[in-house]
Structure formats: C-alpha cells, structure tokens
Design a protein around this ligand. Structure first.
Ligand code: ATP
Length: 433
C-alpha cells in the first residue's frame, strides 16, 4: 500500500498539474521538477503561511531575500567548500557510484551483479556545491557556486540588518528561496532534488547554553505545531536527534523533524544549534548598546524544505474510498478554495448567475477560485475532490427563484443551501476557523 501510495501521488501530480518531471520533452533531467498550475498554488500557499507565522505575526523576526550567487569566499569561510561533502563509493567493475551511507542503493546495485562480485572502492568525498562561472571571457571566468543552503545570506547581511532595522537580540532573520545541491542519487520523487526551495529562520541569541536550549525547545515546538495546525497528522511526525557522526560541520546539536513517508521516516525540516560557527567564521559581532557589551551571538536555525513539505502535505492528505479520491488538504493550502458550477451548461441564465458568483468571489481575496461547466455535476465534484478544493457551489433552478445556492463540503460531501449574498462571509468564516 505504501509504495502504491507514492505511485498514486506521482501520477496524480502529473495528471492534474501539480508537478511534472523537469525538461520532460527532452528526456528529462535527474533531480529537477517543474510545478504546474496547481502545484504552484500549493507551494505558494505553504510559503505564505510560513511567512505569516514566522514574520507577520511576530515582533522579533525580519525578512530577507538574498541573492542566489554570492562571492565564493562566503562558501570557503562557511566551511562548505571543505566540508559540504557526501562519502561516495564506486563499483570498480561497472563504475557506478553510490552514497556510502545509502544501504538501499548499495543493495540495489548488488542485485545487478549476478555472476561477477562487486568490488567497491574506499569511500571518497564528493562536494555537493553546484559550480557556476561568471564573466564573459572564456578561460578567465571566475568560478563561484549556486548556494547550497539559503542560510549564508542571513549571516553576510547580519550587520546590514542591524544597521538598517531596529532588531535587538534575541531576533531572527527569515528567508525563503532556492538552493542547489549536486545530489549523487536524487530520488523519491521531489524528496531529493538538485534544485529545491528552503524556508529558514536564523534566530540569534545570547551565547549561553541556557538561552540556546530554551530557544531550541521553543522552535521545535513552534515548527511541529505549524505542520499540525495545517492538517498534518500528529502520529505521522516525530523528532529525531542527530547522532554525532551525522551532525553537519556547523552544528553543536540538531534534531530532524521527520515524516512517516512511504519510503520510511524522512527528514523535511531540521532544527539546528549552529552555535557561533557562522558569525564567528565571518568575524561578525553584536554590540549590545544598553549593556555596553560585545559578543558573537549563537544561532538556532529552523531549516525546512518547501518541496518536501509540499510532498508530505500531499501524501498526508490523500484519501480514497471505493467511490472517490480526495485530497483532504487544509483549506489554507488547497490550490483552489472554491469551485463554482452552473447545474447545466446549456441554460444561459444559470451560467450567467454562476459566472457572476465566480467573478464576485475572485474579487474577495479568498484565493484561487475555479469555474467548471463540463460534464455532469457528479464528475465535477469528483474532479475537485481529487485536487482538494474544499467547497463547490452549484447554481441550480432554485437559485433563480430564491437566490440561494448549494455549497458542498469536500470532506463530508454534504450540501447546504446558502444565500448567495452571504457567500463571501460564509467562506471567510470557514477559511479562518
Ligand atoms: P538530507 O540528509 O536528506 O540530505 P540535509 O540534512 O542535508 O538533508 P539540510 O542541509 O538540513 O538537509 O537542509 C534543510 C532542509 O532542506 C531539509 O530538511 C530539506 O527539507 C531541504 N532539503 C535539503 N536537501 C534537499 C534536497 N536534495 N531536495 C529537497 N529538499 C532538500
């Protein structure tokens, strides 16, 4: 069932326009994905909700949108050039390379060797940074990298933000943006991609264990709560502490937020205690004007993946019974908020009235609204269920008499009659519950 679920989600994503394989008409390209009309909405909704909770609703966090390409010194000083590596082993017989810590890939390769024994090389380091070349003169171009994490932008702008805003420790810098990694074995659909989006908070605290521990626990709770509030099932989530051998080069300690995916418990957000690693390496300090002291703050980071979140929200929302497939996405995440139908496509007054409601709702700032007059009404409901639209409105003959319409709830499939003129307050209430 679990593997099966993954296949179903991949197929649904392609068929309904959530996610397509990158560059598909040229045979694709491993580890790159394109988001279609509905996937774009889903991702945008996730990012908006994150931004709302991390920036708009807080007094102690400011936003940033740093450049993808930075001076290569940043990556040297941050330790990524030296330490952002995966250990690789290569089969000496057929020269296939796999991650030395990836038991599944190793086992899969063993299976391809029927007669000749596999002979692995010793693990060798492979840097994950994607190289880029700037400048117009061939041979004189300077080498840099596409950022491997969006994090560094927050550190290199630390002083700019202090100088240009009114932040005081403890405070955070929030950012959403693309990151690139030359993953050796991209896979599990979008889970391990080479281009992906991160949503991160770098939270600066006083360099004291008690402070760091307190904020670490605080952010763990906040971040887990955020996913649960947006509908993820609690029993599908857990935190897992990093063992000392798997800690990143910058981390004092770290815990992964994991989802119980069809391919096993899998990280989709990390809470990291980065200590003074980054600010220390960049030689940046904080001046406390009130206490007249200067120190290097410590950093508690929450680093989530937009693509992994989107995938897990989709998997978590998938529901099917004998009759229908439903994506029970939280209304705040659903790509379409409401779809409007005229009962019959060939009855002009019904169509006109439905179009009027559709236009009106579009102007209400609820989100994306759909309109459908194809096929029969049952098929239209199923079609909207499958993409997670929380409500469908049908304009029927009674609507012409008393200005009421039916509103059908996706999860219960129950319908109620609602006054056409109170639709916008009806949805505002339901979406803010
Ligand atoms: P993994 O161990 O799975 O390679 P990581 O520990 O290297 O992940 P981090 O460096 O902590 O990941 O990155 C923070 C977040 O960025 C991850 O929790 C994940 O959501 C996202 N992320 C990292 N690598 C990828 C990737 N290759 N594809 C999609 N998302 C990614």
């Amino acid at each position: 069932m679990a593997e099966n679920l993954m296949d179903k989600i991949v197929a649904l994503c392609k068929r309904r326009g959530f996610i397509y394989p990158g560059s598909e008409i040229y045979g694709g390209i491993g580890g790159f994905w394109d988001y279609g009309p509905l996937g774009t909405e889903l991702k945008r909704n996730i990012k908006n909700e994150w931004w709302k909770s991390m920036v708009y609703l807080r007094d102690d966090v400011v936003g940033l949108d740093a450049a993808i390409v930075m001076n290569r010194e940043v990556w040297k000083v941050s330790g990524h050039v030296e330490a952002f590596v995966d250990p690789l082993i290569e089969c000496k017989v057929c020269h296939v390379r796999v991650r030395a810590d990836n038991k599944e890939d190793i086992a899969a390769h063993l299976k391809t060797h029927k007669d000749i024994q596999v002979d692995w090389t010793k693990p060798q380091k492979f840097n994950l940074l994607v190289r880029a070349y700037l400048g117009i003169i061939e041979g004189k171009q300077s080498e840099t990298f596409l950022r491997g994490e969006i994090t560094q932008g927050a550190f290199v702008n630390f002083q700019n933000i202090i100088n240009s805003s009114r932040v005081k420790i403890p405070f955070g810098i929030a950012q959403i943006g693309k990151a690139f990694r030359n993953e050796i074995t991209p896979g599990s659909f979008t889970y391990r991609s080479r281009e992906f989006e991160q949503m991160e908070l770098e939270f600066f605290v006083r360099p004291k264990d008690s402070e760091a521990d307190k904020w670490f626990e605080y952010w763990k709770k906040q971040r887990m709560g955020w996913y649960i509030d947006l509908g993820m099932k609690k029993n599908h989530l857990r935190f897992r502490k990093h063992e000392s051998y798997e800690k990143a080069h910058y981390a004092k300690y770290a815990e992964d937020l994991e989802y119980n995916a069809p391919f096993g418990w899998s990280e989709f957000e990390g809470i990291h205690h980065r200590g003074d690693w980054d600010l220390g390496r960049h030689k940046l300090m904080y001046k406390d004007e009130d206490l007249k002291e200067e120190f290097t703050p410590w950093v508690i980071e929450t680093s989530g993946g937009v693509d992994r979140s989107a995938l897990f929200f989709l998997l978590d929302a998938y529901y099917e019974d004998k009759k229908r497939v439903v994506l029970k996405l939280h209304p705040k995440l659903a790509p379409l908020k409401v779809a409007v139908f005229p009962l019959l496509a060939n009855k002009l007054p019904l169509v006109k009235m439905a179009k009027g409601i559709y236009d009106n709702l579009k102007a209400q700032n609820i989100g994306m609204i759909g309109f459908d007059d194809r096929g029969n009404i049952g098929k239209r409901y199923y079609s909207q269920d499958e993409i997670g639209t929380p409500f469908c409105i049908t304009v029927d003959f009674q609507s012409m008499e008393d200005r009421t319409v039916t509103v059908r709830d996706r999860d219960t499939a129950k319908q109620e009659r609602v006054d056409m003129d109170s639709l916008s307050s009806y949805f505002t209430k339901h979406f803010n519950e």
